[in-house]
Ligand binder design. Structure first.
Ligand code: C5P
Length: 293
């Protein structure tokens, strides 16, 4: 990660959604955390973190989903990320943090983890300081298994519980439609409902994907192992997947993370936008976004 060494007066960071294009559960550690093998991407849609110097540390939450996470600010991962970084860098100072919550919560697209990672990036810029990359990776992992991958926001293959991150370079350009039927899913519940925890890792990945079509064709030999237990909890996920899969420009439809957000991969942003518009007409209450990947 590259961080400027200069202080800024106000810093804004987009906390991009994390989408698991494939997610295989390959084992379980003694502490209960699951081992995974996943391909993740970070479409340009997300929450926004803004930080600026202020007399006290404070967190203000705005945006479409703000009311979902109001309550004690010190319980918020953004606040915890700020406190943690302040303990580990010399130049920390009091900061006002604003979180504009535009991603649905408990949605399988990393919201809280992306917010925590964006807070670390923003504060490192505001304070003009950052721990060494390995220390930052360790600190971010203590906030949540998905936080380290959200620091870089680049396509990557993820292993371990989320801390082994291998960037996938030459990722093909394309677009994605994200659809959440406005159902919140508890990640631990879905992990607990898994029947088999020692699945095969991802099949061998080509050195390079020539196109989104080639990527989608490889992804068809992969799965999201959390999809079945999530559908058992919320059958609406099947409806979303069927609808996405039936669109002519969909290359692949699958659920992300522990759900309930599902995605369709497309070749172009125009294709993704027309699917998003069509689905939003059918389901005005669903959260639907189209973005480049
Ligand atoms: O790390 P994080 O707090 O985001 O994880 C939330 C919960 O999801 C964990 O408490 C655990 O129950 C489950 N989890 C897991 N294996 C992972 C990631 C999360 O079992 N690799």
């Amino acid at each position: 990660m590259t961080l400027e060494d200069t202080k800024a007066a106000r810093v804004e960071e987009l906390a991009r959604a994390k989408v698991n294009l494939a997610l295989h559960i390959t084992g379980q550690r003694e502490d209960g955390y699951h081992l995974l093998d996943s391909l993740v991407v970070f479409p340009k849609v997300g929450d926004r973190i803004t930080v600026e110097a202020a007399p006290d540390l404070s967190l203000q939450i705005t945006g479409d989903f703000a009311e979902k996470i109001q309550g004690d600010p010190s319980d918020n991962l953004v606040y915890k990320a700020a406190q943690l970084l302040a303990e580990h860098v010399p130049n920390a100072s009091s900061t006002r943090i604003e979180l504009e919550k535009s991603l649905p919560v408990a949605a399988g697209i990393g919201g809280g983890s992306a917010d925590a990672a964006a807070t670390l990036r923003a504060l490192a810029k505001l304070w003009g300081t950052s721990p060494a990359p390995t220390d930052l990776a360790r600190l971010s992992l203590s906030l949540g298994a998905d936080v380290p991958m959200c620091l870089e926001e680049k396509p990557a293959r993820i292993r371990g519980i989320g801390e082994i991150i291998e960037p996938v370079t030459d990722f093909p350009s394309g677009a994605i439609v994200l659809v959440n039927p406005m159902i919140e899913i508890s990640t631990p519940t879905i992990f607990r409902a898994l029947e088999k925890k020692d699945n095969a890792p991802l099949p061998e990945m080509p050195e390079e994907f020539e196109s989104m079509k080639a990527l989608a064709s490889w992804l068809k030999s992969c799965r999201n192992d959390l999809q079945k237990p999530a559908i058992s909890q919320a059958s609406e996920i099947s409806e979303v997947l069927d609808l996405l899969a039936s669109q002519p420009d969909t290359l692949l439809a699958r659920m992300s993370g522990s759900g309930a957000t599902c995605f369709a991969l497309c070749e172009t942003l125009k294709d993704a936008q027309s699917i998003a518009t069509h689905l939003q007409d059918l389901h005005s209450d669903w959260w639907i976004r189209a973005a480049e990947v």
